[in-house]
Design a protein. Structure first.
Lengths: 210, 115
């Protein structure tokens, strides 16, 4: 049975355990903006690695940033990847922004695949990039101020993105618990609508806010 | 449809790349880039037709081919092929973005099922 309702009434709803909607624009736009800031910083470092500029700005570690960006480790990464690691960082941060921007304010239910992909781009890759930056400092023996800034931004992005990923995973968990069907779970992941999925979302939305 | 618009902008960049990276004398690169750019524009344009709304996913294969072509063209690859790797990765992340990405899918937005 179908029951017509205006779209705007149910898109932007608070999702327990949070007292806000983790998929709302006010939650996602800051992530996109911060990711683009990190992308710009990484682009600047890429310019140095590609020899478009002679040196980089580093207010604390002297030529530390230059040393790290042109280190043997960085060159090994370049030989392995085919592009500089800073350029790969640019793409990863643009990915955070693009995947953060796509989807409606109820994408945690309507497009879980997009939220999960966004989570994979932000959370594990963000943590790995922070670990790599710290390893680089210990392996190369120099500190890179701009690398530390982008690593700090990665950690903030992980913190900001977690709530939406958690809500989407909680929704998929409810779908599984209520139906015990891989097919229904698969449909939920790709946002293929059914009454079972609406019921799962209602269950999640009726939970108590912590 | 902003994803499709960005794909078309990427295609324009690919078409211009041989001239930007001064590889226009290499006819394989020159023509391959023009064909790739045309294919991306075609797939993006077809996505505007509702019956072929998923046509943009075809750009994923083009993106993969660009990455493989760029990565297997030397170590490290020359600038034109580094461009292929970067653009391939960028195209891959844009090509998965659905049409009307900021709105719910049609089946969710048209009407609500009662629980």
């Amino acid at each position: 049975m179908l029951d017509k309702e205006p779209v705007g009434d149910y898109l932007n709803v608070n999702v327990p355990p949070y007292s806000y909607n983790p998929s709302s624009w006010s939650q996602r736009i800051p992530i996109c903006v911060l990711a683009m800031v990190a992308a710009i910083i990484s682009s600047y470092m890429s310019l140095y690695q590609w020899d478009f500029i002679d040196s980089t700005w580093d207010p604390f570690f002297g030529d530390g940033t230059d040393t790290v960006l042109k280190s043997k480790t960085a060159k090994q990464m370049y030989a392995f990847l085919g592009i500089h690691d800073a350029a790969l960082g640019v793409l990863a941060y643009i990915g955070d922004a693009v995947l953060g921007f796509a989807g409606s304010t109820r994408r945690w239910q309507y497009r879980p695949w997009l939220v999960i992909l966004f989570g994979i781009d932000v959370i594990p890759l963000g943590i790995v990039s922070v670990v790599l930056v710290l390893c680089q400092a210990f392996v190369v023996g120099s500190w890179c101020f701009l690398c530390l800034v982008t690593a700090g931004i990665s950690l903030i992005l992980v913190y900001w993105a977690w709530d939406e990923v958690r809500v989407s995973l909680a929704y998929l968990r409810i779908v599984w618990m209520q139906n015990r069907s891989a097919r229904v779970l698969w449909n939920a992941f790709w946002g293929i609508r059914s009454e079972a999925l609406d019921h799962a979302a209602t269950t999640l939305l009726q939970r108590e806010v912590a | 449809m902003w994803g499709r618009v960005i794909e078309i902008m990427i295609a324009v960049w690919i078409a211009l790349s041989p001239f930007i990276f001064r590889a226009q004398d290499d006819l394989v690169v020159l023509w391959a880039d023009q064909v790739v750019a045309a294919a991306i524009v075609l797939l993006a344009a077809l996505s505007y037709w509702s019956r072929l709304r998923y046509a943009h996913l075809g750009s994923l294969f083009i993106a993969l081919a660009l990455i493989i072509w760029g990565r297997t063209s030397g170590s490290p690859p020359p600038p034109i092929h580094q461009n292929h790797i970067v653009i391939g990765l960028l195209l891959m992340m844009i090509a998965i973005i659905p049409n009307d990405a900021s709105m719910p899918h049609e089946v969710w937005s048209r009407e609500r099922l009662s629980p």
